[in-house]
Design a protein around this ligand. Structure first.
Ligand SMILES: *Cc1c(COP(=O)(O)O)cnc(C)c1O
Length: 468
């Protein structure tokens, strides 16, 4: 292309006003803000201009530009945070938003957000109230603690508790418990950000009570135990129980804290799962303060719960940092509704999605897998082998280290497409479907698939495999 050709093509490009005028009458632009349309037109015109300058032949047709503008504008107004279908079987998947909320929590979020509330007004006295009141009594009732407060998340709860109880002092922790959770939360880092000095004791595999005892100096401010949520040391090991440590703490007049990470309000061993630490056990062991997450095994909204002796929680409530980590009203509403279900354990297991999915039996997964297989086979014929396979799901979210739950999955082996391409297709569809690849099979685990999603999965598979 000669210089004059390029020049001519650039001159031939339609103007923004001209395009805007044409678009005005197109129904498809009706809902799109004018600002977005303008930006999209400019973006498309600029990319055509670049094509021309590079010497790529471009036919300039208004209609094509308008189509491209629609595409660009739609892309621009799309939500970035969107629902996805979790076919991984990982119940508490941090990348997929951890716990799903129960119906009551969702309803309460709506109720609280549509109306003014008594968030910080005491309706009895007419005076200023305290936001934590909404959940404090309930948490105490369910855990046996004297006092409680809920904050933004458990990392915040740990930071706040350390900062309140042990700033500028030494915090004694076993070397076996200096864990990292999900990359950005590491006990030594959170310790220094809280203004505390870490005093490591024991070894990676073995720590004894005398290690804690010998570490005590007049600088010691706290004994900390951390639940090693996501890993397990096996073999020649020893650790000190919370009860023993609390006794030592009382003797030496040093407060004892436990970061439970997940923590549960129901005994999972009654459902054939390994026992995870019960929050109430930590309290009865005599700890001064215990922290745990709201959106791990509890199955509620993102939050961090701090419970313990009244005197200790009062100190935490008075820390100015509490204001920076405070829980918002929607979360508070969701947390209250979730916690209320725990007054009736059967109901909690039925209605809290996390508990329902974790306690789902192998038989139940078989039923769900068989139904899904039938749905998929109705739509897909020779394009893929659709089989059932007994595999394992993982709880995820730093709970139940090592645990695998027996589950039956649907496996898809495409005939004319790589399994990687199928995975990509499902991930980029709307809603996105996230499963996993094992060898030449795409695995769909029914444990984490919600009611009504089976049809979306089978339709999407049909679309991708039959290239509809
Ligand atoms: C998950 C976890 C945390 C962090 O909790 P978030 O709610 O994710 O902030 C802290 N400590 C332990 C032991 C954990 O397992």
């Amino acid at each position: 292309m000669t210089h004059t050709d390029k020049h001519q093509q650039l001159k031939d490009l339609p103007g923004v006003d001209h395009l805007l005028e044409r678009i005005k009458n197109d129904d498809r632009f009706f809902e799109i803000p004018r600002k977005v349309i303008l930006e999209s037109i400019r973006f498309i015109l600029e990319s055509i201009r670049q094509d021309i300058l590079r010497g790529d032949k471009t036919d300039i047709i208004d209609k094509d530009i308008i189509e491209k503008t629609i595409e660009a504008a739609r892309e621009k107004i799309k939500n970035r945070l969107v629902p996805v279908i979790n076919a991984t079987g990982v119940v508490l998947h941090t990348n997929l938003g951890r716990a799903l909320l129960c119906e009551d929590a969702i309803k309460n979020i709506q109720t609280i957000s549509q109306s003014y509330s008594n968030l910080e007004l005491n309706l009895v006295t007419g005076k200023r109230g305290i936001r934590y009141t909404a959940v404090e009594e309930l948490i105490c009732e369910l855990t046996g603690a004297q006092s409680a407060i809920a904050v933004n998340n458990n990392a915040g709860a740990v930071l706040l508790t350390l900062n309140t109880l042990a700033k500028d002092t030494q915090v004694v922790v076993s070397r076996g418990e200096l864990v990292e959770i999900g990359g950005s939360f590491r006990i030594p880092d959170i310790m220094s950000k809280s203004g505390c000095h870490l005093k490591e004791v024991g070894t990676t595999n073995r720590t004894h009570l005398r290690d804690y005892e010998q570490a005590v100096t007049d600088q010691t401010g706290l004994f900390l135990k951390v639940h090693t949520s996501n890993y397990k040391i096996e073999g020649f090991t020893a650790s000190v129980g919370l009860g023993e440590l609390s006794e030592l703490g009382r003797k030496k007049n040093i407060p004892v804290m436990e970061d439970l990470g997940s923590g549960t309000l129901i005994d999972f061993s009654a459902y054939g799962l390994p026992a995870e630490p019960l929050v109430s056990d930590s309290i009865s062991s005599g700890a001064d303060v215990v922290t745990f997450s709201g959106d791990k095994l509890l199955g509620g909204p993102q939050s961090g719960i701090i419970i313990g002796k009244k005197e200790t929680i009062d100190q935490i409530k008075a820390n100015p940092l509490t204001r920076a980590l405070r829980i918002d009203k929607l979360t508070l509403g969701a947390l209250e509704a979730t916690l209320k279900l725990y007054r009736d354990e059967k109901r909690a297991v039925r209605e809290i999605p996390t508990l329902r999915m974790l306690t789902m039996s192998h038989d139940q997964t078989c039923k769900k897998a068989a139904a899904l297989q039938i749905q998929i086979k109705k739509r897909i014929d020779t394009q893929a082998r659709v089989l059932l396979a007994d595999l394992e799901s993982r709880p995820g979210g730093g709970s139940f280290p090592e645990l695998r739950l027996p589950t039956q999955c649907v496996t898809i082996s495409p005939e004319n497409m790589s399994v990687a391409k199928l995975e990509r297709g499902l991930r980029l569809s709307s809603p996105a479907i996230i499963g996993r690849i094992e060898g030449d099979r795409y695995i769909i685990d029914p444990r984490t698939i919600q009611t009504g999603q089976e049809e979306i999965i089978s339709k999407t598979l049909e679309k991708i495999l039959l290239k509809k």
